[in-house]
Write a protein that binds this ligand. Structure first.
Ligand code: ADP
Ligand code: 5GP
Length: 198
């Protein structure tokens, strides 16, 4: 069982995931990407930074569990990340866009699917701008996609508004713990029902 985290760019997924990873029960699924590293990002830790050719080879060799083109770059989850987490007996956290979530759902990957939502559009814009990692054009592209991503509610079991980071992280941990308790207590029944924002 895995934890799938998704949400618009700038909503705070990386910040949330970093906090979750302080809990040693969790491990991050390190994606392959063709985008350039941002300041401070490390190869093999934040992403596997690969060339277009290398990414293409990974696809051809069937090494990716899912992959998509997001904001003009390729991103994909290596299947080996699932094995690594399983070997280490850890809970794997995947941070993927909606196309990735669609593919994981189509594969019936068992997990808890959480969408992180911004308090409002203005705050999302403020956070993205404040991060200062994208050009104005890239920023517009990310904001344009946000509305579409937020409309794909059917893909998720839980919704968490990232208002105050501490609170959002606590809600997410609570969701994960409950999902694991449910799993232990019997088969996962219709987790898509009774969806609510926490
Ligand atoms: P994502 O990974 O979803 O693109 P980031 O984690 O990079 O988003 O966060 C985008 C920006 O918003 C960062 O500058 C981060 O420090 C800030 N941020 C994240 N969560 C919050 C929050 N709850 N309140 C205010 N700022 C936040
Ligand atoms: P960023 O460039 O800001 O790190 O990520 C951009 C988008 O790509 C985010 O929405 C993030 O969730 C998504 N992403 C990161 N890794 C993957 C992946 O392996 N697969 C898919 N489908 N999306 C990913």
């Amino acid at each position: 069982m895995v934890v799938v985290i998704s949400g618009p760019s700038g909503v705070g997924k990386t910040s949330v995931v970093k906090r979750l990873l302080e809990d040693k029960r969790f491990v991050l699924s390190v994606s392959a990407t063709t985008r350039a590293p941002r300041r401070g990002e490390r190869n093999g830790v934040d992403y596997y930074f690969v060339s277009e050719d290398e990414f293409k080879r990974m696809v051809e060799r069937g090494e990716l569990l899912e992959w998509a083109v997001v904001f003009g770059h390729h991103y994909g989850t290596p299947k080996s990340e699932l094995e690594r987490a399983s070997d280490e007996s850890k809970i794997l956290i995947l941070d993927v866009d909606v196309q990735g979530v669609e593919q994981l759902r189509a594969k019936n990957l068992e997990g808890v699917y959480i969408q992180i939502r911004p308090p409002d559009e203005e705050e999302l814009r403020r956070r993205l701008k404040g991060r200062k990692t994208e050009s104005e054009t890239e920023l517009q592209m990310r904001l344009k996609k946000a509305a579409y991503e937020l409309s794909r509610k059917e893909l998720f079991d839980h919704f968490v508004v990232n208002d105050i980071l501490d609170k959002a992280v606590a809600r997410i941990k609570n969701i994960i713990e409950n999902a694991f308790k449910e799993k232990k207590n019997g088969p996962c029944k219709g987790s898509l029902k009774n969806r609510k924002t926490e």
